[in-house]
Design a protein around this ligand. Structure first.
Ligand SMILES: [Zn+2]
Length: 200
């Protein structure tokens, strides 16, 4: 391996470049002239990557399951598992994920809390579901209403978005709630207990 190549491998391994700036290869850094737009676009890409990494880290701190984070950020399992261990001091869970938000709705209280979260997420972000929308809504919800499992929060937002469950408005108290005819905790309003007949 010649010297330049060894240098490049070293810099990639060290996570930096010849000039210490992220996102620019050693070859590129040694080129005397750049086209302005090339610099602009690589900076944009580098910043987007940085933001993606930071959001993955925040979601790990929040306790979101790694397979969900991987799906949202496209960051590799090995990296995410190592970060989880660094943050939480234990290995991440390998257990099976629930299939829908209904697995988290076990009583009137959880039905009300997840309904409130789903309604807040929809009100702020409509049908978008991204790392930013999830973290922003989750923080805001916790500030107002107290602790909420971020995994349950994710499934609530996702399942309303893909219409696995419906978010309907109670005709008596006007609150939005997660409706599913198949569960005794979701076939009525969890806030005022009004049973609702939803027309197809
Ligand atoms: Zn109601």
């Amino acid at each position: 391996m010649d010297y330049a190549k060894r240098q490049r491998v070293f810099h990639i391994k060290a996570g930096c470049t010849a000039q210490g700036a992220p996102g620019i290869s050693a070859e590129a850094a040694s080129l005397p002239v750049y086209r302005t737009e090339a610099i602009g676009s690589s900076v944009v890409v580098a910043l987007a990557e940085l933001e993606n990494l930071q959001q993955a880290h925040e979601l790990i701190r929040a306790g979101l399951r790694l397979s969900i984070i991987r799906g949202m950020t496209r960051i590799g399992t090995r990296t995410l598992r190592q970060w989880w261990k660094d943050v939480h001091g234990v290995k991440p869970s390998n257990g099976k994920l629930p299939e829908t938000v209904l697995s988290f709705i076990k009583d009137r209280d959880s039905a009300a809390r997840l309904s409130a979260f789903a309604a807040l997420h929809q009100r702020i972000f409509a049908s978008d579901l991204t790392t930013t929308s999830l973290m922003t809504t989750w923080r805001e919800y916790q500030r107002i209403c107290g602790p909420l499992d971020i995994n349950a929060a994710y499934f609530a937002a996702r399942d309303v978005r893909v219409k696995i469950v419906m978010l309907v408005q109670c005709q008596v108290c006007n609150a939005a709630f997660i409706y599913d005819a198949g569960s005794k905790h979701t076939d009525h309003c969890p806030f005022c207990e009004t049973r609702v007949v939803v027309a197809d």
